[in-house]
Design a protein around this ligand. Structure first.
Ligand code: GAR
Length: 197
């Protein structure tokens, strides 16, 4: 069985999708640990509730990004992951982290490839829809590289805007697509590297 380490910063609804898929046999993986850079991340409670080690690693006390990333990589490595999933991890990872796990870090982003990199992507896409600039947005999972929310795409889903959409109705539909996508793309990435029995 493949081992995942999932990094989060918030609610963890995508982590929950991975937990559910692993438990139901739809994802041939064990979630070895969940690590958050935010103490209040509800996803830590979701992990703890099903007996997954859940760890908070604050960036406070580290002098710079690289030293945090080295400590984070050491912590991740302790759990011997085959794949590291960034599921709403809202921190930039430098090469000090990424170079230690080449081809083994994947990131979920709530926009289509090449669009709306960074934070508040759903809000910015919705504003572009309201301005008449786009008719659809979506979500993607890609291999992480030092450039934020960029890198080789594993899978994406397009999510169209509907005439009476509000930010909330659109965001709900987009999150639904993400929950399906994160499982599918994680499965595909594991298959690509040859699952461990
Ligand atoms: C998701 O919408 C994810 O795409 C986004 O954070 C949210 C986490 O939700 N990630 C980014 O914006 C990365 N740039 P969750 O904590 O409920 O899974």
């Amino acid at each position: 069985m493949s081992r995942l380490v999932v990094l989060i910063s918030g609610g963890g609804s995508n982590l929950q999708a991975l937990i559910d898929a692993a438990q139901s046999g739809h994802l041939p993986a064990d979630i070895a640990a969940v690590i958050s850079n935010k103490k209040s991340a509800y996803g830590l409670e979701r992990a703890a509730a099903v007996g997954i080690p859940s760890i908070f690693l604050s960036a406070k006390g580290f002098p710079d990004r690289e030293s945090y990333d080295v400590a984070l990589a050491r912590m991740v490595r302790e759990h011997r992951p085959d794949l590291i999933v960034l599921a709403g991890f809202m921190r930039i990872l430098s090469p000090a982290f990424l170079d230690q796990f080449p081809g083994r870090v994947i990131n979920l982003h709530p926009a289509l490839p090449g669009r709306f990199a960074g934070t508040r992507a759903i809000e910015r896409a919705f504003a572009a829809f309201q301005a008449g600039e786009i008719t659809a947005s979506g979500c993607m999972v890609h291999y992480a590289i030092p450039e934020v929310d960029a890198g080789p795409v594993i899978e994406y889903r397009e999510v169209g805007f509907e005439p009476h959409d509000t930010l909330d109705t659109f965001a709900a539909r987009l999150h639904g697509a993400e929950h399906e996508l994160i499982v599918s793309a994680t499965r595909k990435a594991l298959r690509g590297m040859g699952e461990r029995e």
